[in-house]
Design a protein around this ligand. Structure first.
Ligand SMILES: Cc1cc2nc3c(=O)[nH]c(=O)nc-3n(C[C@H](O)[C@H](O)[C@H](O)COP(=O)(O)OP(=O)(O)OC[C@H]3O[C@@H](n4cnc5c(N)ncnc54)[C@H](O)[C@@H]3O)c2cc1C
Ligand code: FES
Length: 263
């Protein structure tokens, strides 16, 4: 059930253009699943009018966290919020990642490119709770694009880092690192979130390796509630192509259904 709440900010952290905000919102926290998102009103004035979609990054007791990068006016205003402020949120929205009982005891690859790490943290925690072994891949252009590096290390998961410029971890794209690791490991599933080109390449890698996968897609959103079709995405299902709404039918889709923007 979708809830409309005023959530109090309890904590904020910031690294350059990246922000982590904790929100006290017991009933949304209770209902949230990894891969679901919130529609957030970033300003009490009419500008910007539209709510902005942000993934649920973590659940901790009665609180949830969001992790985001400033990319425009809405996220810039959100980054100015302080502990004690109230945030108007709608959620949890959409369909999240499929957490299957058969993952128990298996290695599951979880890939986050840049701010795409946002839903991956919650996902890895829930996989672990279900007895699976998450193997994390966190890639960015440079070390400052990996602000959640220590958080992942503290969680104790096997984590592989990559930077395009080699300032930390593997030098190169996170997709190249996944390809390399697949030579020595046989995970049962792969989940990914990040730039479209990263996910499109991961889908090719998974197809070649016969590895089932799901990806969390992004889109500009109008309503976030399945009404306006502003987030429509061409999808291939049962041999037919058609349109689905990222906000309502996704944002997470099976790899084989996604028609990538570059196709
Ligand atoms: C399901 C989902 C989950 C996401 N999760 C995360 C996350 O966890 N972390 C993260 O960093 N990012 C996430 N994103 C991306 C994030 O939503 C965008 O970066 C954010 O909405 C950008 O908003 P902005 O106002 O800062 O940028 P802008 O580029 O200014 O605005 C983004 C879009 O909002 C619309 N818009 C803005 N202003 C107007 C206007 N005046 N009139 C009409 N439309 C307008 C436009 O479509 C515009 O392209 C997610 C996206 C989706 C779809
Ligand atoms: S944003 Fe309106 S239907 Fe998805």
């Amino acid at each position: 059930m979708l809830l409309d709440r005023k959530a109090r900010i309890t904590k904020t952290e910031n690294w350059g253009s990246y922000f982590l905000i904790s929100l006290a919102t017991p009933d949304i926290a209770r209902q949230s699943q990894p891969g679901q998102f919130l529609m957030i009103k970033v300003s009490s004035s009419l500008q910007p009018l539209l709510r902005r979609p942000l993934s649920i990054h973590n659940r901790s007791g009665q609180e949830i966290e969001i992790f985001f990068q400033v990319t425009g006016e809405g996220t810039r205003l959100l980054g100015q919020k302080s502990p004690g402020d109230l945030l108007d949120i709608l959620g949890p929205c959409g369909h999240g990642f499929s957490l299957k009982p058969e993952f128990k005891g298996k290695e599951i690859f979880c890939i986050g490119g840049g701010r795409g790490l946002a839903p991956v943290y919650f996902l890895a925690r829930e996989l672990q709770t279900g007895g699976a072994r998450p193997i994390i891949f966190y890639g960015g252009q440079t070390l400052s694009d990996l602000p959640l590096k220590s958080r992942l290390e503290e969680a104790g998961w096997t984590t592989n880092f990559s930077t395009d410029d080699g300032s930390f971890g593997f030098r190169g794209l996170v997709t190249q690192l996944v390809e390399k690791e697949l030579k020595g490991r046989k995970p049962a599933f792969l989940f990914g979130c990040g730039p479209e080109a990263m996910m499109a390449r991961l889908a090719e890698i998974c197809q070649a390796a016969r590895l089932p996968a799901e990806f969390s897609l992004e889109s500009n959103m109008g309503c976030g509630l399945g009404v306006c079709w502003g987030c429509a995405r061409k999808i291939r299902k049962d041999g037919k192509t058609g349109y689905l709404r990222i906000c309502q039918d996704g944002p997470v889709f099976p790899a084989e259904e996604i028609i990538w923007d570059r196709d």
